[in-house]
Design a protein around this ligand. Structure first.
Ligand SMILES: NC(=O)c1ccc[n+]([C@@H]2O[C@H](COP(=O)([O-])OP(=O)(O)OC[C@H]3O[C@@H](n4cnc5c(N)ncnc54)[C@H](OP(=O)(O)O)[C@@H]3O)[C@@H](O)[C@H]2O)c1
Length: 263
């Protein structure tokens, strides 16, 4: 399968690295505007600067440029795309209805886990999607960098983006704050970071992945003995209305996604 990724920023680079490391039978073309982004892929994929050349024999085209530039890019590509090319947009907030020129059959919302092949990618198929042909192709592309979760209702992609794509940054902020707090309690910066990272890794490992269905509070209760250290720490967190802070973060990210949807 011939896959072209257009745009080699944070996401395009993670996706391209994940696809190459996954060692699938995907024949990859990567298209950037500047040489810098392409250098890490020299000798491992077809590298091009001309977007129209990059798509002219593609089976799947992944649009990984900024939301603002995505509709214009698609218009520019339209007459160069093979009629049966499966085009997927990763642009946050840009609805399928705003993408004209060539049918964009789906929106994908991967996350930062893509580089470590640990993304859970939301895939939302539009009305133009031929499920028997397009779904397996797109699932193969995004499964190469983790797992795929279908979202049936496009309007839910706003909150899915807030939790699934922005959410890892919220968890990383918690990791950073844990390390800062440990420094305050006397650990060196390196030790503090090592232990805060260990805490996040342990929690993630116990939580498992999609298929495990374990609720976080069940795991949390296992380490919260009565009158113990974890109970004391959790009680302190609750006095700072940490849940309200997360609710605000998800609300703000969802709202921002909706704002981006308006041209
Ligand atoms: N980052 C994430 O984790 C993530 C997750 C889910 C969805 N997304 C979505 O994925 C898209 C990309 O996000 P990002 O974080 O990777 O953005 P980014 O870091 O700004 O990368 C966009 C890249 O696209 C390049 N580009 C723009 N127009 C181009 C063109 N016509 N031809 C070739 N390359 C072009 C830019 O090049 P220049 O540097 O030359 O401008 C830049 O390298 C966005 O729409 C975002 O909403 C991102």
């Amino acid at each position: 399968m011939k896959v072209t990724i257009i745009g080699v920023g944070g996401l395009g680079q993670a996706l391209a690295s994940g696809l190459l490391e996954a060692g699938t039978d995907i024949d990859l073309t990567i298209c950037a505007r500047r040489p810098g982004g392409l250098e890490p892929f020299a000798g491992r994929a077809r590298l091009l600067f001309d977007t129209r050349d990059a798509v002219d024999d593609a089976d799947v085209v992944v649009l990984a440029v900024k939301p603002k530039g995505t509709p214009e890019l698609l218009q520019h590509l339209a007459s160069a795309l093979p009629s049966d090319a499966v085009v997927v947009s990763c642009a946050a907030g840009v609805s399928l209805a705003r993408l004209e020129g060539h049918e964009v059959v789906a929106r994908a919302m991967p996350n930062i886990g893509a580089q470590a092949r640990a993304s859970t990618t939301a895939l939302c198929f539009g009305p133009g999607c031929l499920l028997s042909r397009d779904r397996p192709r797109l699932t193969q592309v995004f499964a190469a960098v983790g797992s795929v979760r279908e979202v049936g209702d496009e309007s839910q992609l706003h909150v899915v983006t807030a939790v699934g794509a922005s959410g890892p940054a919220f968890v990383l902020l918690a990791c950073e704050a844990l390390a800062d707090a440990a420094v305050e309690q006397g650990l060196s910066r390196n030790e503090a970071l090592a232990w805060s990272r260990a805490a996040v890794v342990a929690a993630a490992a116990r939580l498992g992945n999609d298929g495990d269905n374990i609720e976080p509070q069940v795991i949390r209760s296992l380490v919260t003995s009565p009158a113990g250290t974890t109970a004391a720490g959790l009680a302190a967190l609750e006095t700072h209305t940490v849940r309200a802070a997360f609710a605000d973060a998800v609300r703000a990210a969802t709202r921002r996604s909706r704002e981006l949807a308006v041209p």
